[in-house]
Design a protein around this ligand. Sequence first.
Ligand code: ARG
Length: 475
Amino acid sequence: MSTKNDHSNDPLHAKKKAWSGRFSEPVDAFVLRYTASVDFDKRMAFADIEGSVAHATMLASVGVLSQDDLEAIKSGMAQIRQEIEAGTFEWQLELEDVHLNIEARLTALIGDAGKRLHTGRSRNDQVATDVRLYVRSEIDVILKRLEHLQEVMVAQAKRYSDVIMPGFTHMQVAQPVSFGHHLLAYVEMFERDRERLLDCRARVNRSPLGAAALAGTTYPIDRELSASLLGFEGVCQNSLDAVSDRDFAIEFCACASLIMMHISRLSEELITWMSQRFSFIKLPDRFTTGSSIMPQKKNPDVPETARGKTGRVYGDLTAMLTLMKGTPLAYNKDFQEDKEPVFDAIDTVKDTLRAFCDMMAGVEARPENMLQACQAGYPTATDLADYLVRHGMPFRTAHDIVGQVVREAGQRDCGLEDLPLDVLQSFSDLIGEDVYDVLKLEGSVNARNHLGGTAPAQVKYQVERWETIFSQRNH
Ligand code: ARG
């Protein structure tokens, strides 16, 4: 028996397709290329091998396959795995997809036992199994990267818990906040992304194997067994649904879209903070690029690229939803188009998270510039209103009076804390010397000292809370 791919006597050979029994002429060469998927679905090869070995093991355990055939299939698959790893496996377009390529090679290697592998199975339940196994393992990689990014952001929040920056609403200076607090907002978003992925994983992790083409099979199969061999948490309970469901892949793309949306918002902020007008942060040079014409430029290429790539992941989600919407039960060849969007979403999210883990660790705050920016927008005006309320004034009246104080400061071109006491007192006799404590930025942030508030003491509490979560996770 040849160790090279020799298909000369093989029904799966290029010239004689696996399904060619009833056909009177070969498939048109262009149609073959148009309908083939091997160029992109070969990346599921190891999932396909895993799924086949589990199926064969189940068949042997119920007596449909002999022990000898099972052993032959296992060793043939081990060799195929090596060939793929070594890059010597010869993928053939004429064999359409990853499933038929591997099955043909198996038969070339082990003969009739290879031809028995497909007993009680169809490519329809096979491909659904492969996609689920593949997406499941990539979810686990993405979860790890999300967790790493959270750890990096928490470390930065710890470092910058006392650094004050202007918080914005409507992109206008609103109230001072701790830079650490701002960073921790993203840690919360990434936590929801984690929760969503874990939830999605549970629905990905069910076995379609045994549904066969659509109706099930006449062999006495044990679906629970093949499912548990593959680490699935359960089996799909309806054979038609099992082969036609791609919800899990759509859900994954939705999770990926939300991750990218969060990364894109962070990117937008990094880009703003890097601009000369803000100069709130510095990014390490290795995450920026220069301009070919303007020698002074340092561009935030990584955040901009991530912001741009967010669009393609939304596109992947839209492609998946649109792909599925008009398809009747059960399997349709349309479903082959699920792979490229899902793979693209996986690659984009993984690469983006990898870049961000590294880049966020290198962000340097520029506290002087953040402070200076606070000066511009009367960020402690609310604190003055709260001060008046504490001294008995109704909030709406206080709001109005502080508006007049802000106008006065604007006319004098100074901050609220620079107004002399007698000027402040001309607006309300409730104001005393201690007002300057609340007009200062530190006083303002320190006063918001409750769960979820921006006081540095609260930021430090949150950092500790996250550190405890991380240490439990890493056990
Ligand atoms: N390459 C196909 C896919 O990705 C495998 C299933 C094909 N099944 C079929 N009956 N043509 O969906």
